[in-house]
Design a protein around this ligand. Structure first.
Ligand SMILES: Cc1cc2nc3c(=O)[nH]c(=O)nc-3n(C[C@H](O)[C@H](O)[C@H](O)COP(=O)(O)O)c2cc1C
Length: 421
């Protein structure tokens, strides 16, 4: 039987090595061909015999092993994907420094960077939070290394926080999702959910957005193999597929996260589905007396008067901020029971102000539930609007557009793997 994919699975010296064995076992059971590289420290946690038994192949560890001196070059040519699991703090820092004095470091530098290199970190929460590790993660991400989200909870060292290795099934999911990616996968930023505008230290002005549309689109696009970042409101719907998530709370947090992501990273498309507050609280008065409430709580017995001011329109800044000037921008317009001419005016006004390529219009009154929420996609070039009866249809229509944009001959490579348990 032809193997599904060729995977180089790298173990480093973490107590979570036993979980990696389960991930290797599952990969092998699903038909993948796996070759294991282990650092010297990793072999103090998991025996070479276990790894050889699981993969049916010798474990590679020594850069200068007799008869295998060019393994670091050959391995990366052979592999469809490399994953380090678990990845220690030491290894992340060493790779970010470009050190090549062991098999792993040399393979990393020799790696063909058009192929995916994934990392599933595991370490003590303080090690994960240390500035050295954070800087290493940022450097590696900047080089295209993809991180499988680290888990939170109680770690082996008895501390709580972020540092646990992801569960073996999630590791498998990430690997297979990455292998199923289309040749012309796109990097897509999706914003979702409602911003909150502080009134005092505890109260906020917000809106009814749940973030389900944005999270649903992000999940669909990630499952289709695209590289998705979901920037969502704290407490809003999360994605159900492997994608990187960041959260915001206030308008200001969303504005700075957008600026950072668009300036530092290269996105092919931005779907701006977040429900951004049009107003911020400028001042609060009680009985004509101005209150300074940044750290205090408004007395519940008074009758406050809020003065609001307009927030700048984030959607109008996205194209100018974007490192990729040709970014495909999707803006959203929500109305309630507006007549078609009013919708047409609102949509063309949004095109003019934002420079968007597509505007998705929803009517709040037509929403049945999270899935059945009809939408019309308007095109900048004046093509007839595309009607989508459900959120799923909207996601599929946008995905087709992104893929066409990448290459006219584009076709997604469907996953050949059986569904995961
Ligand atoms: C019992 C034990 C558990 C350890 N677990 C981890 C861990 O989960 N993550 C980590 O970054 N380092 C861990 N370490 C420290 C690493 O093993 C150590 O930094 C080592 O040099 C890593 O080498 P490597 O990155 O080349 O595999 C642990 C050490 C011991 C003794």
């Amino acid at each position: 039987m032809k193997p599904a994919s060729r995977i180089v699975f790298v173990l480093t010296g973490s107590i979570a090595g036993y979980k990696a064995c389960e991930a290797i076992s599952r990969l092998v059971q699903r038909g993948h061909e796996v070759r294991v590289v282990a650092t010297e420290s990793a072999l103090r946690f998991v025996g070479a015999a276990t790894l050889e038994g699981l993969t049916g192949r010798p474990v590679l560890s020594d850069l200068f092993a007799r008869g295998a001196a060019l393994d670091h070059i050959e391995l990366t040519r052979w592999a469809d994907l490399v994953v380090i699991c678990p990845a220690t703090a030491n290894t992340l820092n060493r790779l970010a420094a470009g050190l090549a004095d062991d098999l792993l470091g040399a393979s990393f530098l020799a790696h063909d960077r058009s192929k995916p290199w994934l990392v599933a970190p595991a370490m003590n929460p303080a090690m994960w939070g240390h500035p050295a590790t954070k800087a290493a993660v940022a450097t590696l991400q900047g080089w295209g290394v993809e991180f499988i989200p680290i888990g939170a909870g109680r770690t082996a060292c008895g501390e709580s926080g972020e540092g646990r290795l992801a569960d073996p099934v999630d590791i498998l999911r990430h690997i297979e999702a990455r292998l199923a990616r289309p040749a012309n996968r796109q990097r897509i930023l999706v914003t979702s959910g409602a911003t909150a505008e502080p009134i005092d230290a505890m109260r906020v002005l917000s809106n009814i957005s749940t973030g389900q549309t944005g999270a649903g689109l992000a999940s669909y696009l990630a499952n289709a193999g695209h590289d998705v970042v979901l920037l969502r409101a704290r407490g809003s719907a999360t994605a159900e597929a492997p994608c990187r998530e960041e959260t915001f709370f206030t308008f200001g947090e969303l504005a700075s996260a957008l600026e950072r992501l668009l300036v530092e990273e290269n996105f092919d498309a931005v779907i701006h589905a977040a429900a951004v507050s049009d107003f911020a609280v400028e001042s609060v008065e009680v009985n004509g007396v101005a209150q300074d409430l940044r750290r205090a709580k408004l007395d519940s017995r008074g009758t406050p008067v809020l003065r609001l001011r307009q927030n700048p329109k984030l959607v109008e800044r996205l194209r100018a901020l974007s490192r990729n000037p040709a970014v495909l921008l999707v803006a959203f317009k929500l109305t309630r029971e507006a007549a078609p001419p009013a919708v047409a005016t609102a949509v063309s006004d949004l095109f003019a102000r934002s420079g968007a390529d597509l505007v998705v219009h929803n009517d709040l009154a037509a929403r049945v539930d999270a899935e059945i929420f009809p939408a019309d996609i308007f095109h900048r070039d004046g093509q007839p609007a595309e009607h989508c009866a459900t959120r799923g249809e909207l996601a599929a229509a946008l995905e087709r557009r992104f893929s066409r944009e990448a290459s006219p001959e584009f076709s997604s490579t469907p996953s050949t793997h059986a569904p995961l348990p």
